[in-house]
Write a protein that binds this ligand. Structure first.
Ligand SMILES: Cc1ncc(COP(=O)(O)O)c(C=O)c1O
Length: 502
């Protein structure tokens, strides 16, 4: 076992001895003025990361165990609480009764979403204290000057008064028709208007599609690194996200041997994110074909998250995997948050295709959940037709001279010129996932690295662990800011890596 796993095992055992739940530790930290959030402790307990030394010290004191033992050193067993010093209660009396506390559901114990996690909390705290932070952590186009096309805003304004009521659960006919036509252009087989569901962003539909499918113990293959909502929603739905590795040496394509090796008789589905967040990879036909072959052999559903499908550079073509699998059941996700720079309007969709007969019961479940949330945001649905038709302003961004293209060129070069950092050039989306030479910087905890970078250079990135990447050797940069701003960010990183040792 590595040190992080030993630490997690010992932490769990000490918590059990004292009857402490994660929330109890969080409350103890609050009371002691120690900054320790719910998602931190959940990461420690699940063996994702090791805490900083001061937090290990706090945990050891709280759990009354030897700090070195907890850290994973081969040393004495934990001290047992001496008689009369039972685990301290966090509950003060209230009119003679212990005060009732409301911990979060244990369903959330294995749920992580560090794109807006503890490092971001620290950035928010710094900003509250008046420090300005340069943020490269979130794929939200509007704050970086990418504006919604005027025609889209105009059309929404025109239709607003017609959008006061609920729409049908799956969405307005006009929106779904436009999505259906888009699906036809992408070659998705066997798609009718009934197979299209609009959602409050793809996010809502990821959650809905996993909730309708999974029973406790069901497994879903999810990429590592991933967009973490996928892992979170699989786990929240009671399933188990089993990660297959994407290989940096091969343009970040999925490692097929690893994918095959991870399939068990509980595996129900494969998730792919293509184009990929956080790596910016785009999968060619040969790669997709191998995934289809695996899914076919093991009778798996394919979930394909294609929200960046219109942000592809270098004249490459995005291929929807569903177009290659008419005999399989596929669910394809996309939306307007990224390609149309309207993340705040909240509109996305999913399209069922291929062999729907084998999924009749599942589709009933999807319909039930879709009906239960009544409908997605209707004003946002009203502009889908406008957005998907006509001139696509995003096309100007992704060619030479366009902002996304030029920013990608700059950031790839600049990151690769920092000693100890290497990065595969992204082909799509607006993220890059550089590798850190951890030996050079003695980095063992990537969240700590992100915190140190934030505190010293006022620069916010997301550590690789936030994308279910299990080595402490990567981080993600969002390259939406203009080149001047990216240059400032790279200068700060160059300075930081010039001296940093963990
Ligand atoms: C791969 C991927 N899927 C889905 C989403 C969520 O998109 P939406 O705004 O449609 O909820 C994101 C957002 O960053 C993403 O990167």
């Amino acid at each position: 076992m590595d040190r992080t796993s030993v630490f997690a095992a010992r932490l769990n055992s000490a918590m059990q001895t004292h009857g402490f739940k994660q929330i109890d530790i969080v409350h103890r930290a609050e009371e002691s003025g120690v900054k320790l959030g719910k998602s931190h402790i959940s990461q420690y307990v699940s063996g994702k990361t090791m805490p900083r030394p001061d937090i290990v010290r706090f945990l050891a004191a709280t759990l009354q165990v030897d700090e070195r033992w907890l850290r994973g050193e081969d040393t004495a067993l934990p001290q047992q609480p001496s008689p009369g010093t039972a685990a301290p209660s966090i509950d003060g009396p209230s009119k003679g009764k212990p005060m009732r506390r409301f911990p979060k559901s244990s369903k959330l114990d294995n749920v992580l979403y560090d794109v807006r996690g503890p490092v971001v909390d620290e950035a928010a705290r710094m900003e509250t204290d008046g420090t300005s932070v340069l943020k490269l952590n979130i794929g939200n186009p509007a704050p970086f000057g990418f504006r919604t096309p005027d025609e889209v805003v105009y059309d929404m304004r025109q239709q607003l008064t017609d959008c006061e009521g609920y729409s049908p659960a799956k969405g307005l006919f006009s929106a779904r028709k436009a999505i259906m036509q888009y699906a036809q252009l992408k070659g998705l087989p066997n798609v009718t208007i009934d197979d299209i569901y609009t959602g409050n962003g793809v996010s809502e539909l990821i959650n809905l599609s996993m909730s309708a499918l999974l029973d406790t113990g069901d497994e879903v293959l999810v990429p590592s690194p991933d967009y973490p909502l996928w892992t979170a929603c699989v786990n929240l739905a009671g399933g188990t996200a089993v990660h297959y590795v994407c290989d940096e040496q091969s343009e970040w394509y999925p490692d097929m041997d690893d994918m095959r090796a991870k399939i068990t008789d509980r595996t129900k589905a494969i998730v792919i994110i293509n184009p990929n967040n956080p790596t910016g990879a785009l999968y060619p036909r040969e790669v997709l074909q191998q995934i289809v072959d695996i899914a076919r052999e093991h009778q798996l559903i394919i979930f394909s998250d294609e929200i960046y499908d219109r942000l592809v550079m270098d004249g490459l073509e995005h291929i929807s995997i569903a177009s290659m699998a008419p005999d399989l059941f596929c669910v394809t996700f996309s939306g307007l948050s990224k390609s149309h720079m309207i993340a705040g309007f909240r509109i996305g969709w999913m399209v069922l295709s291929g062999n729907k007969r084998i999924a009749e019961d599942y589709i009933e479940g999807l319909n039930m959940l879709s009906n239960m949330r009544l409908c997605s945001n209707v004003p946002a649905q009203s502009i889908v037709q406008t957005a998907l038709g006509g001139h696509q302003s995003v096309n100007d961004y992704i060619v030479p001279g366009g902002r996304i293209y030029e920013q990608r060129e700059y950031i790839t070069e600049a990151l690769n010129s920092i000693p100890g950092i290497t990065a595969v050039k992204p082909k799509a989306a607006f993220y890059i996932f550089p590798k850190i030479d951890v030996k050079r910087f003695n980095i063992t905890n990537d969240e700590q690295f992100a915190l140190d970078l934030l505190r010293e250079k006022k620069l916010l990135v997301v550590h690789g662990g936030g994308f279910n990447w299990h080595e402490p050797d990567h981080f993600r940069v969002v390259y939406l800011p203009r080149i001047e701003v990216l240059k400032d960010a790279v200068d700060r990183m160059t300075d930081f890596f010039g001296h940093y040792r963990q």
